[in-house]
Structures are given as C-alpha cells and as structure tokens.
Design a protein around this ligand. Structure first.
Ligand code: G3I
Length: 385
C-alpha cells in the first residue's frame, strides 16, 4: 500500500480538527455524494480516501451475485479499497466436481477488483464447511486426499497468482475438545485422514502456487486474551518456527452488540492480541467484522454499534502489522444464514438502501483520529523525516 507521509499528516490533522468540530456542532447528516456541502465540509470524505492516508485496507465481504449490479460495485469501489467474497473462492464453488473447476464467480470478483483498484483477499482454501459432497463423502487414503488437496490449492491459487494479495489458507481449524475443554485441531475430514500436518501442507502448497501472496490462518474467538487465543498463538508460532510460509492471522470479529457493558472484546484487549502476534512478526487483519442487531435496529443500538466499530478499527490502527479491517457485508442486505435464522441484521456500515450509517462514521472517525503522523499511528519506530 502506497505510503503518503507528509500529505497524510496534513490531511489527517485538518480532517481531525474539522471533523471534531463538526462532530460536536452538527448532527451527522451522513455521507453526501458531493464534496464540501457548505455546512459539512467533511461530506464526501470517504473511508477509501482516509484509508489511503493511514496505509490500511478497509474492505468488505461481498456477494458475488450482487456484484452483477453496477450500483453494488460502485458502493464498494467508491468507499473501500479491499474486497473479499464471502463464498466465491470456497471449495464447493470452485471445484464442484473432482478436477472440474468453476471460476465464474471468483473471476467476477477479481475483475471488479481490477476495475476499482481493490485489494483482493481470497477466502478460503481449506475449511471444514462448504465442501462438495464428492469430497466429504469420499473414502480417502491419506495419499489420495493429499493429492486432491494439493491439486485444488495449486489450481485455485495459481489461477490468481499476482491478483489475490492475501489468502485465508486454512479457516477455523481449532475447536474445544470434550470434556477437557482444551483447544485442539477440529476432527474434520482433513485432520482425520491426513492428520495435523495438513495445515502446514496447505500453506506450503499455497506459497508454491503464488510466492507473492500473503498467507493467513483465519479464525473466530481469538480477538482478546483468552485460552483460545493462547492455543491459536501457539499453533501459529509453532508453524512459523518450523519454517512454514504463514504470514498472518485473520481475526474474524463477528460480534453481536451487547445491550450493556462489558462490550467484549475491548479495544485494549484486541490491541493486546494484535501486538502479541506482531511481536513474532505475524501480520494481522480483522477479516469479517460485523455487529448484528435485533431487527428493527434501535437508535441507541446503532449508536453503540458505531462506537464499537470505531474502537475495533482503532485497535488495528494502533498496531503496525495490522494491515486491514474488513466488514462482512457491503450493506445491511448482505445477511448470511445464521443472521437470517436469528432474525438479526443491520450489521454493516450501510443501510439496505446504500446510505451510510453511524457505523460508517465510527470507522471514519477511527481513521481520522488515528494519532499523529503515520509512523506514530502505526507503531513504527520514529524516523526523522
Ligand atoms: O449458492 C447456493 C445456491 O445455489 C442455493 O440455491 C442456495 C440455497 O441452498 O444456497 C447457496 O449457497 C449458500 C451460500 O452462502 C451462498 O449464498 C449456502 O447455502 C449458505 O450456507 C452460504 O452461507 C455462507 C456461510 O459462510 C456458510 O457457512 C455465507 O454466505 C457466508 O457469509 C458465511 O461466511 C462465514 C465465513 O466463510 C467463515 N466465518 C464465518 C462466516 C459467517 O458464517
């Protein structure tokens, strides 16, 4: 990501002062399409512009079907600088039959990303969910399943060599063992047939297919100091020490908005885990942040949601190796089955009609308020300009 230090400092300071005044003096009328509408000179300031000044990716989990709609593309392309598709790169979509690949949806994501100069996160290569039945119902020897896994990874990652900046190579591999409660590798197809080595294999093959891509382990529930974080940290540190090409960890950050404190995880807790990974050279991303609300959302809940979005974004901005924040949905119409089942929604930064919410203001506020010059904001050692 291009660094713009001097202009960043000037832009950041001006915007912070103006925004701080406006935030107090004027009610937030939301995002205007025209810049500088008199009463609100910040109108038209987009996340994308501010993200560039902070050298951070601010992205969305998109729906490749909705990408057929130019308005949906425009909403993403004008406000964000990164895109993940919530399904297009998953095994059940890309290899529905053995050796037969379908890249229609993934190609669409990459094409839109090229049109709007968006960074692409590929989600996900190896997971226990959304696998085709030929895979999950097959009777596999270890050698045969390794060969199938290698072919899949080499084919998918190889096709997007140089086009997909980051891959969630392995997703949600940890779970709690019963009755001990210890965190262990999930006993899924991969672990049962290949054994624990499948995790390292996946990263090695992904790196072989595209040495330029950053390779991530992605999971939920490790966003704050906890036993689950400890288990994930140990696994990642062990892989790294063994020379496995793992570059980063994705914290999914799916967090319902509680009705009352404590608002878990707090900014300090998230900063702590991000910094612990950074201390061993592991990059991080907040990869699937959303804050589902009971529908219809109440004003107080929307206000709290905005504050929590701001705090989580600020946590990432406070650690140099945290490279980005992705919201799991471009607007509130992007609801996934779990939310629909629980009658939850309004989890993103834009309304179903594409209007920015207070949550949009929360992420923007974190970007504008990120302290001082880029170096200080990102925790880099101070260099004399
Ligand atoms: O594409 C088929 C369609 O052809 C079919 O008619 C329809 C009805 O069966 O299903 C469609 O597939 C659905 C798919 O989303 C695409 O819309 C699946 O049923 C549905 O299960 C799938 O849900 C996805 C979910 O992962 C699956 O676990 C969500 O969109 C996606 O947002 C969600 O994302 C996950 C991350 O990958 C991992 N972290 C948690 C996150 C939220 O659950």
């Amino acid at each position: 990501m291009q660094r713009r230090r001097q202009s960043a400092v000037v832009a950041g300071v001006i915007a912070a002062v103006v925004f701080a005044v406006l935030a107090v003096a004027l009610p937030w009328h939301g995002h205007s399409k025209r810049k500088g509408t008199g009463t609100d000179p910040l109108a038209g300031v987009t996340l994308r512009e501010q993200a560039a000044t902070r050298d951070i990716a601010i992205g969305v989990g998109a729906n490749s079907q909705r990408l057929l709609d130019p308005r949906y593309q425009q909403l993403i392309g004008s406000n964000f600088n990164s895109i993940t598709d919530t399904n297009a790169f998953k095994w059940d979509v890309t290899e529905p039959r053995p050796g037969e690949f379908n890249f229609t949806a993934a190609d669409r994501v990459v094409s839109v990303a090229e049109r709007y100069h968006l960074r692409v996160r590929g989600h996900t290569l190896i997971w226990h969910n959304q696998n085709p039945s030929w895979l999950t119902q097959g009777h596999w020897t270890k050698a045969a399943l390794k060969a199938v896994m290698k072919r899949h990874i080499m084919s998918v990652v190889g096709r997007y060599r140089g086009l997909v900046a980051q891959w969630d190579v392995v997703n949600e591999a940890l779970t709690t063992a019963k009755p001990s409660g210890r965190y262990v590798l999930r006993s899924d197809l991969w672990e049962k047939v290949i054994g624990p080595e499948y995790v390292a294999d996946a990263f090695i093959w992904a790196h072989e297919a595209d040495p330029s891509a950053q390779l991530f382990y992605n999971d939920y529930g490790a966003e704050a100091p906890s036993r689950r974080f400890d288990a994930e940290y140990r696994m990642v540190a062990r892989l790294k020490a063994a020379g496995v090409p793992i570059n980063g960890v994705g914290l999914q950050m799916h967090r319902p908005v509680p009705k009352a404190p404590p608002y878990y995880p707090t900014k300090a807790q998230v900063s702590t885990v991000l910094r612990q990974f950074a201390d061993i050279g592991v990059h991080t991303e907040i990869t699937e942040m959303d804050q589902p609300l009971p529908l219809p959302p109440q004003p107080a809940q929307l206000g709290l949601q905005a504050s929590l979005f701001e705090q989580m974004t600020a946590a990432c901005l406070s650690v140099q190796l945290c490279g980005g924040v992705t919201i799991w949905g471009a607007d509130d119409s992007d609801r996934y089955p779990v939310l629909i089942k629980r009658d939850l929604g309004a989890a993103t930064l834009f309304t179903t009609s594409g209007q920015p919410k207070l949550a949009y203001r929360g992420v923007l506020a974190a970007l504008i308020k990120a302290p001082g010059p880029l170096a200080q904001a990102r925790g880099e050692p101070q260099t004399v300009p």
